[in-house]
Design a protein around this ligand. Structure first.
Ligand code: 13P
Length: 287
């Protein structure tokens, strides 16, 4: 991508950009975890897990959280956590629905925005993605785009069919859209899989061979470990996980609700999420 606006001297920048952490992933042949956040306790547990594994994290605000009115609160929480931790933290918008929403996130201090135009006609996806890249890059913020709409239901956005990314579209897209990361549909889906996912690894390898920016695997929940390892080996540099983390958290609440210990419930929920996050981080780091 092009030159960046130099940081102003009085700007205290505690957050890291997606571009910076993906560089680490490229250099080490690993993937950076992108964990969705929805409340205060989740990001606290996730950052503790990242610290325990000494791994950068992408904390992701999705449409469900935004629809619940959490955008600004979650941005503040992540900034606060970034001021207290040594691990690099990226504040990222997941599946941005419009140019306007990505601009709102620039104002809220996000260091990375995803614009998901994959369900629009290709030309419109290109045009809108270009506009997002232009605005975000002007203020040093990274951009993730998407091709081949990922199936399943993510925060109320549903794609019923498994959409495999079209290689010709990938080639055309990366020639004109200077994004920092590209999410591709290779048979992956949001939510828990019923049975084993059928991931098209040949297509993933072919995407990478076209010289794409670092590739992103959405729908990380329930994907068998060996498939995750293979995807990373073939060029996936960011893996998104939401559903499994939320389930772990909720199971912690369920297991302890009868004790009628308010803080005890959240402790258990956080412990569950922390342990699962550490497991995922180790997997993505090839440990
Ligand atoms: P899962 O809910 O399947 O983990 O997917 C998360 C995701 O891809 C967020 O964009």
């Amino acid at each position: 991508m092009g030159p960046r606006r130099p940081r102003r001297k009085d700007e205290i920048i505690l957050l890291t950009t997606l571009q910076e952490v993906l560089k680490i992933a490229e250099d080490t042949g690993t993937a950076i975890p992108a964990f969705n956040i929805d409340n205060l306790e989740g990001p606290e547990a996730l950052v503790e897990a990242g610290e325990a594994e000494n791994c950068p994290l992408i904390l992701t605000v999705g449409q469900g959280a935004i629809n619940a009115g959490q955008l600004w609160y979650l941005a503040d929480i992540v900034k606060r956590l970034a001021s207290q931790t040594k691990i690099p933290l990226v504040l990222h918008l997941d599946h941005g629905v419009s140019y306007e929403q990505t601009v709102l996130c620039l104002r809220a201090g996000f260091t990375s925005v995803m614009y998901d135009g994959s369900h629009h006609p290709f030309e419109e996806n290109v045009r809108e993605s270009q506009a997002v890249v232009r605005s975000a890059h002007a203020v040093g913020v990274s951009v993730e785009c998407e091709l081949g709409a990922i199936s399943g239901v993510e925060d109320g956005i549903s794609h019923k069919n498994v959409n495999l990314v079209d290689l010709q579209e990938v080639e055309q897209f990366i020639a004109v859209v200077d994004c920092d990361a590209l999410a591709v549909g290779i048979g992956n889906a949001h939510g828990m899989y019923q049975g084993t996912p059928n991931l098209d690894f040949d297509r993933l390898a072919a995407c990478r061979a076209l010289g794409t920016p670092p590739l992103v695997l959405h729908g990380g929940s329930g994907t068998p470990d060996d498939m995750i390892r293979k995807a990373i080996q073939l060029g996936i540099r960011k893996v998104n996980v939401a559903t499994e983390l939320r389930m772990a958290f909720m199971e912690g609440l369920e297991a302890t609700v009868g004790q009628r210990d308010f803080y005890g419930m959240y402790r258990q929920a956080k412990t569950n999420m922390y342990e699962l996050a550490r497991k995922k981080i180790r997997l993505f780091q090839g440990k």
